[in-house]
Design a protein around this ligand. Structure first.
Ligand code: WT7
Length: 654
């Protein structure tokens, strides 16, 4: 939140208001009645939301909070998540409804109905069983954006084997760390996927990662690109050999409501990513309810598109579990927005008649840069609702999204949530909310949030502080995989009894919430969470780097950009210039260690780093430098001349 005073003042001067379109309000899935119900009886509200699902055994208790902060929702209830997403729709006569219009980057397409998807998932479930996977075993996925990724996730869910999907843009090292942390014994991958007009390999990273994972016994490989792959006999199996040969019948077993559904790794404030554990009944309840209420989906009519990668929680909740639980038709797109041309997304909207689009502000700002004449070439009249997620959306991007994409007609819902929350938490309900560009407004029905000061006291309207969630919610993380203490320390210790989100926020004069970004050492680059310490440890693993400090600096397109200050070994450098070759090498090194999304925007060589007397790097000051601002308070530095030296040594453009 440092240095954001001016931004914040600007934000709160934003006075444009957009009341709900009357047509939407009249036919909405949820509105004022939902708030009234949740306020009257929160548990009854969530019980009604859970009743939208199919349970093999009813629950005996809605919420068990007796071992707080370890929550149990719908205790005693049993269900099968995959059967809720597929079988019940097929049984209800919706087998012919399209589940996914899949569009490959090169232009190849596949259409999967709910019946098709169910058959494929049953075959894949049988295939996993044949590989010895049993309920409770973890399965890692490292996949491109193809239908088999959805199939593999649901097959895991169907047999009760928690999946951990590792974003295909992550490195072999990152994959290895995750496979080892959750002790996965089976990995599902593909030869590669298409990105930016070319086949991009995945299998080599799996092979490299597994050199140090002796317990992985099987690798199931989808053929997507047809590129050559190295093959480990006895371990590697082609998907088309194994899965296609399986029967399309599989009887789903009902699992306990608290049975683990998946682990999603996310960056925290240390170098080691946290395995966020989500379970079954509560997760599916809130994901399905929020998808239905926030996007007002009408399964018979809508064509829904979350333009995000399945490797992130957005893809889990709002490409796979939410839309399928609601029986909705979705678009799934493999590639990048500018391949083969910058109108690709809009061409897809026009082709499939997309009605609801959900994406990140960083994409919107990129489209703004490319120019509104590009979407203007396509027929976007099918759109009726737009969503934003992943980072604060600045009012200008919000307005552009509404006007250039939404013809000044479509409401924009700004949805605040996290990997940890599993589902939307703070967001307008489009049927009732008067929208304010840049604000996520209020907690959804059944959700309780507040903004508090340092001492944990709620701030008055018009003031800022830390965002907390004051009551448990059904799709909340249950723990950090294998580390209950870290779960308690990270989320429940800063303000005892309340969940600390790690975000700064402000309540405006009406009590509406404006999210201001992270208050910890976590950066948000293009809507992706990256920890400063993770990038620092990648940098110091390079032989030329002695010490590194990394900050997220404001970036017009990506939200934040990664700026690294490094001290070289042997005292080299210190004049602020790194020699382009070394900077390029260090940037590439980080991309290799973590993944291209973590590649620093800028590397600056310095002679010293600003530290407090207790040895903590003062990133706040480095952020001031990176963002070209006057320095804040330097009195706690051991040596205040360090900052002068850094500033004096930098190239003028830094
Ligand atoms: C962090 C969570 C939620 C799925 C994608 C990211 C930021 C997310 C918003 C929003 C302002 C937002 C927060 C949060 N964030 N949505 N609408 N407005 N900030 O999930 O990787 O777990 O990141 O993203 O800083 O803490 P994630």
């Amino acid at each position: 939140m440092d240095g954001d005073g001016a931004t914040l003042a600007n934000l709160l001067r934003e006075e444009r208001r957009f009341p709900p379109p009357s047509g939407l309000a009249a036919a909405a899935n949820a509105g004022a009645d939902a708030f009234a119900a949740a306020d009257a009886d929160g548990e009854a509200f969530w019980a009604a939301a859970a009743a939208r699902l199919e349970w093999a055994e009813p629950w005996t208790q809605v919420l068990d909070w007796s071992r707080a902060p370890f929550a149990r929702w719908f205790t005693g209830g049993r269900l099968n998540v995959a059967a809720n997403c597929l079988d019940r729709h097929v049984r209800d006569g919706l087998g012919d409804r399209v589940a996914f219009h899949w569009e490959g980057e090169p232009g190849d397409t596949r259409t999967l109905t709910y019946a098709d998807l169910k058959d494929e998932v049953c075959r894949a479930a049988n295939a996993l069983l044949s590989l010895g996977v049993r309920a409770g075993d973890r399965v890692a996925l490292y996949m491109p954006m193809i239908p088999e990724t959805v199939v593999a996730m649901l097959a895991c869910a169907r047999i009760g084997a928690p999946h951990t999907v590792v974003f295909g843009g992550f490195s072999a090292d990152a994959l290895r760390g995750r496979v080892l942390d959750c002790d996965a014994r089976v990995v599902i991958t593909a030869d590669g996927g298409y990105r930016k007009g070319a086949a991009s390999a995945l299998k080599p990273a799996v092979d490299e990662a597994l050199e140090a994972c002796p317990d992985v016994r099987s690798v199931l490989v989808v053929r997507r690109t047809g590129q050559d792959v190295a093959w480990t006999e006895g371990r590697d199996v082609w998907w088309h050999d194994l899965v296609a040969a399986q029967p399309a019948e599989h009887e789903p077993e009902a699992f306990d409501s608290e049975h683990p559904l998946y682990i999603m790794y996310t960056s925290g404030t240390t170098a080691r990513p946290k395995g966020i554990l989500h379970t079954s009944g509560g997760y599916l309840t809130q994901v399905a309810w929020s998808h239905w209420a926030v996007f007002d989906v009408k399964p018979e009519q809508d064509v829904y598109w979350t333009a995000a990668d399945i490797g992130w929680v957005t893809g889990h909740s709002y490409i796979v579990y939410g839309p399928l639980a609601n029986g909705v038709t979705s678009v799934l797109y493999e590639g990048t927005p500018d391949t083969p041309h910058q109108g690709r997304w809009w061409e897809i909207v026009q082709k499939y008649g997309v009605t609801i689009l959900y994406c990140a502000p960083t994409a919107i700002r990129t489209f703004m840069k490319w120019g509104e004449e590009i979407p203007a070439r396509f027929d976007l009249s099918s759109l009726r609702l737009l969503g934003s997620v992943g980072e604060p959306i600045n009012p200008e991007a919000w307005i552009w999204y509404r006007q250039a994409i939404g013809s000044d007609r479509c409401p924009v819902v700004d949805t605040w949530w996290q990997t940890e929350t599993g589902a939307h938490m703070i967001s307008p309900l489009p049927s009732v909310a008067t929208l304010k560009p840049g604000s996520a407004l209020r907690p959804l029905p059944g959700i309780h949030a507040d903004v508090v000061d340092d001492t944990g006291k709620p701030v008055p309207n018009g003031s800022g502080g830390y965002l907390v969630l004051t009551r448990p919610w059904p799709s909340m993380l249950r723990t950090i995989w294998g580390d209950e203490q870290r779960y308690i320390d990270t989320y429940w210790s800063r303000f005892p009894g309340w969940y600390f989100a790690g975000d700064g926020a402000k309540k405006d004069e009406d009590g509406d919430i404006w999210l201001l970004g992270r208050v910890d050492d976590v950066m948000n680059v293009s809507g992706h969470r990256i920890s400063t310490t993770e990038v620092e440890s990648a940098l110091v693993s390079h032989p030329r780097v002695a010490e590194a400090a990394v900050v997220g600096a404001a970036d017009a397109t990506t939200g934040q950009g990664i700026v690294a200050f490094v001290i070289l070994r042997g005292g080299a450098g210190g004049d602020g210039s790194t020699g382009d070759a070394l900077a390029t090498e260090l940037r590439a090194h980080v991309a290799k260690e973590i993944g291209p999304i973590a590649r620093p925007r800028q590397i600056l060589v310095v002679a010293e780093l600003p530290k407090t007397r207790s040895g903590k790097i003062m990133r706040r000051l480095l952020r001031d430098v990176a963002e070209n601002r006057e320095l804040g308070d330097v009195t706690t530095l051991t040596d205040s001349s360090v900052m002068d030296a850094i500033r004096d040594g930098l190239p003028a453009a830094a």
